[in-house]
Design a protein around this ligand. Structure first.
Ligand code: PMP
Length: 366
C-alpha cells in the first residue's frame, strides 16, 4: 500500500515543480507518435528549443533523463582511444569523465576544487602543453556545488586554437539551459544537452541534445557502439518523415512543448534575469540566517548550495522542513552529504516561492 500522496513545496534542483497549466496539457489523450499531431508538436518543440539553445544546428529530442543525453553525447562523438579533457568542478563533471572512460576514451581529468569555477587560464595552459584532445567535456551549471562555469570564456580559449588542435566542446547544460544564457553557436559549443525536469517546469522523461556542424561530422566518424541513442537514426527519421525513431514519452512532450512556449513568451532575457534575481534573493535571505553559500563566487542562478549552521545536520534540517513545513530541499552530494543542503530555484520560480523556506528556516534555527 502506498502512503497517502503529500504535495510538498518542491525546492530541489530537479524535478522542479510543474505548474498547473503545464500539468493540464498532459491530461490530453494519447496520440499516435507517427500521426500528424505529434509530428507538428515535435517540429515546433525542436524549433522552440533551438531558440533557447541559440543554435541553428541540429537538435534532437531523446526519451531519457539528463544522464542519457550525456551518454548520447559521448557515444555519438567519441571513439575508443580518443583523448578527452574532462573538466570537473563537482559530481556532474566527474560523471562526464566516467561516461567517456566507459566508452574507451583516454580521459585526462582537469579537476577544480568543489565550490570553485573552472579557470579558463588553466584550461588554456593544459591545451597548450598537452598533445591535442579530440574533445573537452564540461558542465555549465554544476548542480552539486551551485557554481556556474564561465563557459563563454572557456569556449573562447578553446576556439582560439588552430583547427587541427581544437577539440570538440561537449557541454552538460542540463541544469543551466532555460535558467542561464547559453549561446551555443555564438560561443562555439559543439554538443549541448538538457533535460525536461530542470529549468523548464516539465516532468522528467525527455532530454534534448543539440549538435553543431563540426559535432555532426564527428557523429559520422565516431566508432563507439550505439543503437537507442544513435543520432544518425534520429536525423534519418526526422528528415525523411518528421518522426522520432522510437516511441517517445508523448505526455512529457505535451508538457515540454507548453513549457518551451511559456519560456519564449516570457522572453529569454527576462527568464535569465528572473533566475539571477531569485538566486540573489535566496543567497541574501540565507546569509541573514547565518548560512553561507558553498560556492566561492560564480554563483549559480539555478541552485544554491549552503553549509548548514553549526550543530545541524543536513538530514535533520531537511526532515524538519519536510515534516513541519511541507518544504522539500535537497541534500549535499558526495563528500558534502553531511555538511551541505541545496536549494533549487529554477523553473517557474519567483521570490514568493523562496519566502516560505526562509520563514521556515528562521523558525527552525530559532
Ligand atoms: N548534469 C547535471 C548538471 C544535473 O544537474 C543532473 C541532474 N541533477 C544531471 C546531469 C543528471 O540528470 P538526470 O538525473 O536527469 O539523469
Amino acid at each position: 500500500m502506498l502512503p497517502e500522496f503529500e504535495e510538498l513545496h518542491l525546492l530541489i534542483p530537479g524535478p522542479t515543480a510543474v505548474p498547473e497549466d503545464i500539468r493540464h496539457v498532459m491530461t490530453r489523450p494519447m496520440t499516435n507518435h507517427r500521426g500528424p499531431f505529434y509530428k507538428a508538436l515535435l517540429a515546433e518543440m525542436v524549433e522552440m528549443a533551438k531558440q533557447v539553445f541559440q543554435t541553428q544546428g541540429r537538435l534532437f529530442v531523446l526519451t531519457s533523463s539528463g544522464t542519457g543525453s550525456m551518454e548520447a553525447a559521448i557515444a555519438n562523438t567519441i571513439s575508443p582511444g580518443d583523448r578527452v579533457l574532462g573538466i570537473s568542478i563537482g559530481s556532474f563533471g566527474k560523471r562526464f569523465q566516467i561516461i567517456a572512460e566507459r566508452f574507451g576514451a583516454e580521459v585526462t581529468p582537469l579537476d577544480f576544487e568543489w565550490g570553485e569555477a573552472a579557470d579558463p587560464q588553466k584550461v588554456a595552459e593544459v591545451l597548450e602543453k598537452e598533445p591535442p584532445f579530440h574533445a573537452v567535456t564540461i558542465t555549465h551549471n554544476e548542480t552539486s556545488t551551485g557554481v556556474l562555469n564561465p563557459l563563454e570564456e572557456i569556449c573562447a580559449v578553446i576556439n582560439q586554437l588552430p583547427d587541427e588542435k581544437r577539440p570538440l566542446i561537449i557541454v552538460d547544460g542540463i541544469s543551466s539551459l532555460g535558467a542561464a544564457n547559453l549561446a551555443m553557436d555564438a560561443w562555439g559549443c559543439d554538443v549541448v544537452t538538457t533535460a525536461s525536469q530542470k529549468a523548464w517546469g516539465a516532468p522528467p522523461g525527455l532530454a534534448f541534445i543539440a549538435v553543431s556542424d563540426r559535432g555532426w561530422d564527428a557523429v559520422q566518424k565516431a566508432q563507439s557502439p550505439r543503437f537507442y541513442f544513435d543520432l544518425r537514426e534520429y536525423e534519418r527519421y526526422f528528415v525523411n518523415k518528421g518522426e522520432p525513431p522510437w516511441t517517445p514519452s508523448v505526455s512529457v512532450a505535451y508538457a515540454m512543448h507548453e513549457a518551451l512556449r511559456q519560456v519564449l513568451e516570457e522572453g529569454l532575457e527576462n527568464v535569465f534575469a528572473r533566475h539571477a534575481r531569485v538566486a540573489q534573493y535566496t543567497r541574501e535571505g540565507l546569509a541573514q540566517l547565518g548560512m553561507k553559500p558553498f560556492a566561492r563566487g560564480h554563483y549559480s542562478p539555478a541552485v544554491t548550495a549552503v553549509r548548514v549552521p553549526e550543530g545541524w545536520s543536513p538530514q535533520e534540517l531537511r526532515r524538519r522542513l519536510r515534516e513541519e513545513y511541507k518544504i522539500e530541499i535537497a541534500g549535499g552530494q558526495g563528500h558534502l552529504a553531511d555538511s551541505v543542503v541545496r536549494i533549487g530555484h529554477l523553473g517557474k520560480v519567483t521570490e514568493a516561492d523562496i519566502d516560505p523556506l526562509l520563514e521556515a528556516l528562521a523558525r527552525i534555527l530559532g
